[in-house]
Write a protein that binds this ligand. Structure first.
Ligand code: CP
Length: 315
């Protein structure tokens, strides 16, 4: 008898927790949710009665809003709490805050935090399902999944593709989730950036380190630029933004080295003219806004699955 697949993750903390089968299941579930965005009434009753808290200790536009839209489209009750207006400002610890949130019986807590491992800590101390919306330099798994969805949607596959990721690899949680996810799904991942932005362990995640952006981009199917994570730099790290842009900025000239049908990606927010030129961000091959649209679908799928959803049960 064939084994029926079941999604068995209570907390969503990092890309490495997912098997290839899990990733395919999440992407397929997200694809089935995506059409809801095109309906006149963008709402299904799937998570009616569920309480979801968005707990963001760092700024966010895309992730916070798309988790909220995802939850509301599935009829959950959502509440937002930001560090700046919470009692964290009065010295309350993360665990104490989380336990107090827990006392109000949420089903899911979505957390973004500057400390790597904060979502893991919460998952060990509260009963609600915990979803990592980006923790320090560690991971941003829902972004990794929406990037996989976007590439699969446009290319029809992930296996066998070459993905070039250019920029601040060391401080980018997106890079870490993407390298793990794309590699798991059979793509080759090349990375390039200044030495100060290249962590020594990056090849152990499956990426190939290239000496130049040109080497990384040559023949690539996908080129992703990353923002310099200024908020995580403790010293200048690079001589100047102008010099950085000349060596690692993704511009038309660099893209000529890639495949003609190259996809251009960026997790956002973009610093135009630094890691990517405006004509590339807005030009042919850019799927940056598709990434944002798929962010809602992926986050609907994740909320649905951590609540024990069964495929096809969201009509
Ligand atoms: N990609 C991403 O995490 O964007 P936000 O910081 O706006 O959420």
């Amino acid at each position: 008898m064939m084994n029926e697949y079941r999604f068995q993750h209570r907390h969503l903390l990092e890309m490495g927790q997912f098997s290839v089968e899990d990733i395919r299941y999440i992407l397929n579930t997200a694809r089935s949710f995506k059409e809801i965005a095109g309906r006149p009434i963008k709402k299904v009753p799937t998570l009616r009665g569920k309480t979801i808290i968005n707990f963001f200790f760092e700024p966010s536009t895309r992730t916070r809003l798309s988790f909220e839209i995802a939850a509301k489209r599935m009829s959950a009750d959502t509440f937002n709490i930001a560090a700046a207006t919470s009692s964290a400002q009065k010295g309350e610890t993360l665990i104490d805050t989380a336990r107090n949130l827990e006392a109000m019986s949420p089903d899911i807590i979505i957390i973004r935090h500057s400390s790597s491992g904060a979502p893991l800590l919460l998952s060990q101390n509260v009963n609600a399902a915990i979803i990592n919306a980006g923790d320090g330099i560690h991971e941003h798994p829902s972004q990794g999944l929406l990037d996989l969805m976007t590439v699969r949607e446009h290319k029809g596959r992930i296996e066998g593709l070459t993905v070039a990721i250019i920029g601040d690899i060391a401080h980018s949680r997106v890079a870490h989730s993407d390298i793990i996810g794309f590699t798991a799904m059979g793509a080759k991942v090349r990375v390039a950036g200044p030495a100060s932005f290249m962590p020594p362990m990056i090849e152990s995640l499956g990426a190939t380190v290239c000496a130049t952006a040109a080497e990384a981009v040559a023949g690539a199917d996908v080129v992703m630029a990353l923002r310099i994570q200024q908020e995580r730099l403790h010293d200048p790290s690079i001589p100047s933004l102008r010099e950085y842009a000349s060596f690692y900025g993704v511009n038309r000239k660099l893209l000529e080295l890639a495949r003609r049908d190259v996809l251009v990606m960026h997790p956002g927010p973009i610093n135009r003219g630094v890691e990517m030129s405006p004509d590339v961000a807005d030009g042919t091959g850019s799927v940056i806004l598709d990434q944002v649209a798929n962010g809602v679908a992926i986050r609907m799928a994740l909320l649905y699955l951590v609540m024990g959803g069964e495929k096809g049960g969201h009509e």
